[in-house]
Design a protein around this ligand. Structure first.
Ligand SMILES: [Zn+2]
Length: 360
């Protein structure tokens, strides 16, 4: 049974277990090895390597293991993609970790985390530990580049984004020593950013390679957005280029399938005896079919009698004859009965009058 610590301290996001246990030990005045022994267990039954145990840490701190797993990266389940994270923990944004007592907070960040966008602080991959991070209040384009980097990550995934941004940094590093011939050259912008991140006369205290990376970070992300495109990645892999997709507004209008009005049909577009539309003749307002164009291109040099004739093509199916709204009356037919003949030779058609005549 593990004793519960009296001071409840929550871990920081992406904090390592060793950093969290060290802060707990500092707050309670306990040696770190002693507390670590209580919250860890051997990796294997016969192993001497101790790893953090989420259930034991939860029992000691009083914080549910599910909440601890959201912050501490080592006890997350399922296990994170370790290739997406840096190889070394670092101290993060000082303003984000200021509310966590007990000592410095060591965090393990993913490769795409360069800027604290909330506090505008460059935290990029540090090359000198414990060096204060520069503020980006006067360089908002670097903060915007971090947001563009996250959008790129959402689109390409972690592996392709990492390769693309790294290649972007290499391109900018290659461009670094070349002279600028244009007033809009990014090389001049880099010089201004370096002057803001590493002020002249303070190089002994402020110089670091990480700040040079910050100076070219916006252009590196822009280059990565081009390199990361699937079309360019296919070209780099040696695949033949594909035609760019046609945007909706650039597509040709659909072929009209309605029967044109008689005054627009023209003399050559009359209906044949079957009621179908005659084959279209190329006019100014009517473009021939693509297959016909291709056929004309192949038979351009042949004489006219050897060229194949275009197929008989009908645009629409004729409509059935329209039925009248009200049916017509039946046609008049003569009475099928026998005709009545008078003695003097006249003929009566009405039966009733014939009967009256007979009674007389
Ligand atoms: Zn922050």
């Amino acid at each position: 049974m593990h004793a519960r610590l009296p001071i409840a301290v929550a871990p920081a996001h992406h904090e390592t277990a060793a950093s969290y246990v060290a802060r707990l030990a500092n707050l309670h005045g306990i040696p770190f090895p002693e507390l670590w022994r209580q919250v860890s267990r051997p990796r294997q039954p016969a192993s001497t390597t101790m790893v953090i145990a989420g259930d034991r840490l939860s029992a000691v701190t009083g914080i549910p293991e599910t909440l601890l797993a959201r912050a501490l990266i080592e006890i997350r389940h399922p296990e994170p993609d370790w290739l997406a994270f840096r190889h070394e923990p670092q101290h993060g944004c000082p303003r984000c970790t200021a509310r966590h007592p007990g000592g410095p907070v060591r965090q393990l960040f993913p490769h795409h985390r360069y800027v604290c966008t909330r506090h505008r602080i460059w935290i990029g991959p540090p090359d000198l530990l414990d060096l204060p991070y520069p503020s980006l209040d006067t360089l908002p384009e670097i903060v915007a580049a971090q947001r563009a980097h996250l959008r790129l990550l959402h689109r390409l995934g972690p592996a392709a984004t990492y390769d693309a941004v790294l290649t972007g940094f290499l391109v900018c590093g290659h461009r670094w020593d070349q002279p600028a011939h244009d007033p809009d050259d990014a090389r001049l912008t880099w010089h201004e950013r370096v002057g803001a991140l590493i002020p002249s006369g303070e190089e002994q205290d402020t110089f670091s390679t990480s700040r040079l990376f910050a100076a070219v970070y916006p252009e590196a992300v822009k280059t990565a957005a081009l390199i990361g495109l699937l079309r360019w990645r296919r070209l780099a892999a040696g695949a033949p280029p594909r035609a760019a997709p046609v945007r909706r507004r650039d597509r040709p209008p659909p072929r009209r399938t309605r029967l044109p009005a008689p005054h627009r049909r023209g003399p050559d577009r009359a209906l044949d005896r079957r009621g179908l539309l005659a084959p279209a003749q190329p006019t100014e307002n009517h473009l021939p079919h693509r297959a016909q164009l291709r056929q004309q291109r192949h038979t351009q040099g042949q004489p006219a009698e050897h060229r194949p004739q275009p197929p008989q093509r009908h645009l629409v199916r004729p409509k059935p004859p329209r039925r009248p709204r009200h049916p017509l009356p039946p046609p008049h037919r003569p009475s099928p009965g026998p005709k009545l003949v008078h003695p003097h030779g006249s003929v009566h058609r009405h039966r009733r009058r014939q009967r009256q005549h007979l009674r007389r």
